[in-house]
Design a protein around this ligand. Structure first.
Ligand SMILES: Nc1ncnc2c1ncn2[C@@H]1O[C@H](COP(=O)(O)OP(=O)(O)OP(=O)(O)O)[C@@H](O)[C@H]1O
Length: 274
């Protein structure tokens, strides 16, 4: 798989369909969706509420079994959760408040078998250093900014050396300014550390900023409607003509009608950029 020029495939979904039980039968939430995520790629699943984005992420995490099709990680079918995939949940407030930064990161290594205490500590410290928090290793979460907490959560995820990070609308509950800051932090970390990411959002601008590739899903049931390469539109590209043109095009595909000038965060629910 993969020529020498092309990074290897990490996660591959093939003909994925997901059904949920409903009165007198089943409701199809996701219909025949296929995508691949290569090393270092940041694939964003983008679509309206209820189109099945979270369900796909849960299937990739191994929490949910597809009704048809398959998901494979490095060619092996996903049969359940595993330390090779780490889910980073919303708001990053899953840090344990009574544990220091280092102990929170060590906690992420609990599922990693066969590590001695010294090896675990070395891995934790290395992950903390990678996200630039060495000086805060002994600090407690309540003393950290939102951005620092996000970095701890990512350090905890990365310490386990997963193949891929899975993020489901991590910024959804945050105010616009905090969200912007955390988006930029995430992009910065992803650029410098090169991790592979599957990211779910219904916010168009967020998807373009965070993603290297967009996978657009239709409204319920979620079907693939388009994909976009947005690897050139990272941090700092917001407001550029190419950013606006992709944002308008995505909006047109997802919601129909003429495109519109993008507000700072998509779905029109956010403040303009300041
Ligand atoms: N456990 C479940 N049982 C029954 N139906 C479910 C279950 N989980 C999700 N669904 C349904 O499947 C569809 C897709 O849900 P999902 O949460 O994956 O969508 P989403 O695109 O992530 O939505 P949102 O952006 O609002 O989070 C929805 O219609 C939802 O009601």
């Amino acid at each position: 798989m993969g020529s020498s020029a092309e990074p290897l495939v990490v996660l591959e979904a093939q003909g994925l369909s997901i059904d949920f039980p409903a009165d007198g039968g089943a409701i199809r939430a996701v219909d025949n969706v296929s995508f691949t995520i290569r090393e270092g790629e940041r694939l964003v699943l983008l679509g309206p509420s209820g189109c099945g984005k979270s369900s796909i992420l849960k299937a990739a995490a191994g929490f949910l079994k597809p009704s048809a099709g398959s998901i494979a990680l490095r060619g092996r079918p996903v049969a359940g959760p595993g330390p090779d995939r780490v889910v980073v949940f919303q708001e990053f407030d899953q840090l344990l408040p009574w544990k220091s930064v280092r102990d929170n990161v060590l906690f992420g290594l609990k599922r990693k078998p066969g590590l001695s205490a010294a090896e675990a500590r070395d891995k934790a410290d290395a992950a903390i250093e990678r996200v630039g928090l060495s000086r805060a290793a002994n600090a407690y979460p309540h003393t950290l900014s939102g951005g620092m907490k996000q970095r701890v959560a990512i350090a905890r995820a990365l310490a386990a050396e997963p193949e891929i990070l899975l993020m489901d609308e991590p910024f959804a509950a945050l105010d616009a300014l905090t969200r912007e800051r955390l988006q930029e932090e995430l992009i910065g970390l992803a650029d410098s550390l090169g991790f592979t990411l599957l990211f779910v959002t219904h916010a168009i601008d967020e998807a373009i900023l965070v993603g290297s590739r967009l996978h657009l899903l239709s409204a319920h049931p979620g079907r693939t409607v388009a994909t976009f390469d947005v690897s050139e539109l990272g941090a700092g590209s917001w407001g550029s003509p190419s950013f606006a043109s992709v944002s308008d095009e995505v909006h047109r595909i997802l919601f129909g009608g003429a495109g519109r000038r993008a507000p700072r965060s998509a779905a029109g629910q956010e403040l303009a950029h300041v």
